[in-house]
Design a protein around this ligand. Structure first.
Ligand code: PLP
Length: 389
């Protein structure tokens, strides 16, 4: 009966788990082993509507009872509806559905290279990403990550990635050599430590790309779907990417990734050039559609922005916290004393689930969190921080 022991015995040890067992959830709260947790991590930015939102769960259950999978040989309603709504809301022209963030980025990388090959022939295949970036854990997206720690063990990696310093337009310009077909960036670096890019930098990247017909790819796997208070974080910056990737928050808790193609790229991938058995799965798309309809409401998004501001202000009041960074409900903070890992571990013990990113404690609460729930989380965090000598 001890699931922790059984998990340790039979699940590969690729994750260092918290000693927390979860069995049931509702909204911002999850329970297991007789304990109750306030979750400020939402399954790493996934459970945008919180745990088992009734409307979302009904949409998923209804579709599961109607038609659960067809393969991409046939048309189904949920994928068509979801793609149409994504295009209407973002201005993109076509959508490809996959199953995860890394897979969405793989699709973006393939499309970027093929766009260049179609137009300019061989030799223009390099993709510039940023130092400290995170794009996934497949062999190709590991190579795309601008962090040396991801470039071990699994040789040979996919070639053709070059890393430029974030917020350093001179360095990026230098890296934009003749062989470059795309620049791929996260508007706010998430795993790398919750670092929003400077607006002037991102606007310069977009304009340099435009001038030189280099594709501007935004990895919005973490920042997208309302996380920052806009449907896409790039909206804050007033830039329009040629390709956007989404995943984490898109499915509301079910695995989905999406590549959104703009005008330049909508025709690049043709029959047989990309695919996925599970991509566009009706059950997953029915959940994502429910999620997207709710999140894209202007009132919902402005509340995310407001609650993000409130959470940031509450964190800044705590004397043990050094600096708070982030955008909307994607926040991180450094500590004056103790480590992020220590704070996350002690918080979990106290009933508050938090994340870490590098040296920071990271918060990605469900977007439906209330101010009252923020206050409860802050009270728990305050106690934990007071206990760190
Ligand atoms: C989480 C994340 C990914 C990887 O997504 P997976 O679903 O784990 O493959 C890629 N890019 C960014 C910015 C992410 O935050």
């Amino acid at each position: 009966m001890d699931y922790k022991k059984r998990d340790e015995a039979f699940v590969a040890h690729t994750y260092r788990r918290f000693p927390v067992f979860l069995e049931q959830g509702s909204g911002v709260t999850a329970k297991g082993d007789g304990k109750t947790y306030l979750d400020f991590g939402s399954g790493i930015g996934v459970n945008a509507l919180g745990y088992s939102d009734p409307e979302w769960a009904a949409a998923v259950a209804e579709q599961a009872g109607r038609l659960q999978h067809t393969s991409n040989l046939y048309y189904t309603a949920p994928a068509a509806e979801l793609a149409e709504l994504l295009c209407k809301l973002t201005g993109c022209k076509k959508v490809f559905f996959g199953n995860s963030g890394a897979e969405a980025n793989e699709g973006a990388i393939k499309a970027a290279r093929k766009y260049s090959y179609d137009k300019y022939g061989k030799g223009r295949q390099t993709i510039v990403t940023l130092c400290n970036s995170f794009h996934g854990r497949t062999v190709t997206t590991l190579a795309a990550n601008g962090q040396a720690s991801f470039h071990d063990f699994f040789f040979p990696f996919t070639e053709g990635f070059v890393y430029a310093k974030a917020n350093d337009i001179a360095d990026l310009t230098e890296k934009l050599t003749e062989d470059v077909c795309a620049v791929m960036v996260e508007p706010v670096q998430g795993e790398g430590g919750v670092h929003p890019l400077e607006p002037a930098f991102l606007r310069q990247v977009a304009s340099l790309c435009e001038k030189r017909d280099i594709l501007f790819v935004a990895d919005e796997v973490q920042t997208g779907m309302g996380r920052t208070g806009k449907l896409l974080a790039t909206e804050h910056y007033g830039v329009t990417p040629d390709i956007v990737t989404l995943a984490k928050g898109l499915g509301g808790g079910l695995p989905i990734g999406a590549v959104l193609f703009g005008e330049k790229t909508e025709q690049v991938l043709q029959y047989g050039q990309h695919g996925s058995t599970f991509g566009g799965n009706p059950v997953v798309c029915a959940g994502a559609l429910c999620c997207l309809k709710r999140i894209s409401e202007p009132a919902f998004l402005s509340e995310v922005a407001e609650k993000g501001g409130y959470l940031k202000a509450r964190l800044e009041e705590l004397p043990q916290i050094d600096k708070v960074s982030g955008l909307g409900l994607m926040l991180g903070f450094t500590l004056k004393r103790g480590t992020a890992a220590e704070v996350a571990a002690k918080s979990a013990e106290a009933g508050l689930l938090l994340l870490t990113a590098k040296e920071k404690v990271r918060l990605l609460p469900p977007l439906i969190i209330t101010k009252e729930e923020i206050d409860r989380g802050i009270a728990l965090l305050q106690k934990v921080l007071e206990g760190i000598a």
